[in-house]
Design a protein around this ligand. Structure first.
Ligand SMILES: *Cc1c(COP(=O)(O)O)cnc(C)c1O
Length: 408
């Protein structure tokens, strides 16, 4: 059976050119960049070239790029390192309700240590309001952390506007750009951010390597103490092959970005239009305009996301569900609840994220499969039975005027 991978927000396949670029550093060129002989210097040089490449892609200086083990470490370092360093100036920080757990759980940890955190709400499309941020900033606010693009619903936040509000008030700004990096143009100065997290495996690079951009003027404590790697700010022997792969993946992503985005938007919108036209009681979650090119997130009424997921998996289609049942929790995703979805329809959600290998045939096969699966699951759903008999009011019908909902 053919496998159709549509879970690229979770991770992406390693690109062939990336593996080729990494291979020498996994084999013959195995030196430690801290060693002074040639083998070490070759490794040290290639780490520096990779740093230069990544810095230039996002308009940063090379000396502002620090390699880490991935997005989660970058988020932890930015937030914990900044909080520890600046606790004497204030103990209040601001984030949004829809952040990745790498950010949310980091703030939860800091709350236990005596910091105070404001979680900004989002609107029905998942957007943070600039006015809400302005109102939330206090004299003792030291840091704002808001993601560039959401990993579940693909909403792209107005980071330049949000960061400029923080800057006016002298508050540092971090953005988790893990889901956006390599997918939309990013320039740290145009965005006006002080720190930015990225991770290689979300753009065709290897797992276990990421970066934290730290603007020169920003001071933070180390997260990983030890040797003098990363200019004394992050210890552990460099993941040389990973770093080379990260730079190669980013170089490819930036050079293909314009064309690839246009192609994905066409596929995405084709899928969205087909679903809205052909699958009754379906609703697109998030924003249609301010949305990552590869993200589709739908709620389907009267059924559970898990059921759809398993039926799709049986047809070789890999997608993700908006409920967290698989991870042992019965709560629906915090992101879907934050955009105001009632539990009933948040549970029936599906995230489909396209990638470089995705074709029109894959999309049509997936939508065709989804239609059949939903008919089957609804035919077995007591809720659907009740609805047909007029004993259950449709929730999705309440959204009928948003242009992103099929209530037929
Ligand atoms: C995947 C992801 C992370 C975590 O990145 P890792 O490299 O897997 O640790 C953090 N934030 C967002 C928005 C993500 O999508």
């Amino acid at each position: 059976m053919k496998q159709i991978y549509l879970d690229n927000a979770s991770t992406t396949p390693l690109k062939k050119e990336v593996l080729d670029a990494m291979m020498p550093y996994l084999t013959n060129e195995f030196g430690n960049p801290s060693s002074l002989y040639d083998l070490g210097q070759t490794a040290s040089d290639v780490v520096q070239e990779s740093r230069d490449e990544l810095a230039s892609l996002i308009g940063a200086k090379s000396s502002e790029i620090y390699f880490t083990s991935g997005g989660s470490e970058s988020d932890n370092w930015a937030i914990k390192g900044f909080a520890e360093k600046h606790a004497c100036e204030g103990k209040h920080m601001i984030t949004s309700a829809i952040e990745h757990h790498a950010v949310l759980h980091t703030f939860k940890h800091l709350e236990k240590l005596g910091f105070e955190v404001t979680y900004l709400p989002v609107d029905s499309q998942g957007l943070v309001s600039v006015d809400d941020l302005a109102d939330a900033i206090r004299d003792d606010t030291i840091l704002v952390s808001i993601m560039l693009a959401n990993n579940e619903i693909g909403t792209i936040e107005p980071i330049a506007e949000l960061a400029s509000v923080a800057k006016e008030r002298g508050v540092a700004f971090h953005t988790d750009a893990v889901q956006a990096f390599g997918h939309i143009p990013i320039d740290v100065n145009e965005l006006g951010v002080d720190m930015l997290s990225a991770s290689a495996h979300k753009l065709g690079g290897p797992k276990g390597v990421g970066l934290l951009y730290i603007r020169r003027s920003i001071k933070l404590e180390n997260l990983i103490d030890g040797g003098q790697q990363e200019r004394g700010r992050r210890a552990t022997t460099e993941n040389v092959a990973g770093i080379v792969g990260f730079a190669k993946a980013a170089e490819l992503a930036w050079s293909e970005m314009g064309e690839e985005r246009a192609r994905l938007i066409e596929l995405r919108d084709h899928a969205i239009r087909r679903i809205l036209a052909e699958i009754p009681h379906s609703k697109l979650n998030g924003s249609w305009q301010s949305r990552l090119a590869n993200n589709i997130n739908f709620s389907f009424e009267f059924i559970e996301g898990e059921g759809m997921l398993l039926q799709l998996a049986a047809r070789g289609i890999c997608v993700s569900s908006g409920s967290a049942c698989t991870s042992g929790s019965l709560d629906p995703s915090h992101v879907l609840l934050a955009i105001g979805l009632p539990h009933e329809i948040a549970h029936g959600s599906l995230r489909v994220t396209l990638g470089e290998d995705t074709t029109l045939e894959d999309i049509d096969f997936t939508v065709d499969s989804l239609k059949k699966i939903l008919e089957l699951l609804r035919s077995m759903s007591p809720l659907y039975e009740d609805f047909k008999r007029g004993n259950y009011a449709s929730i999705i019908e309440g959204y009928k005027n948003d242009g992103m909902t099929n209530v037929n």
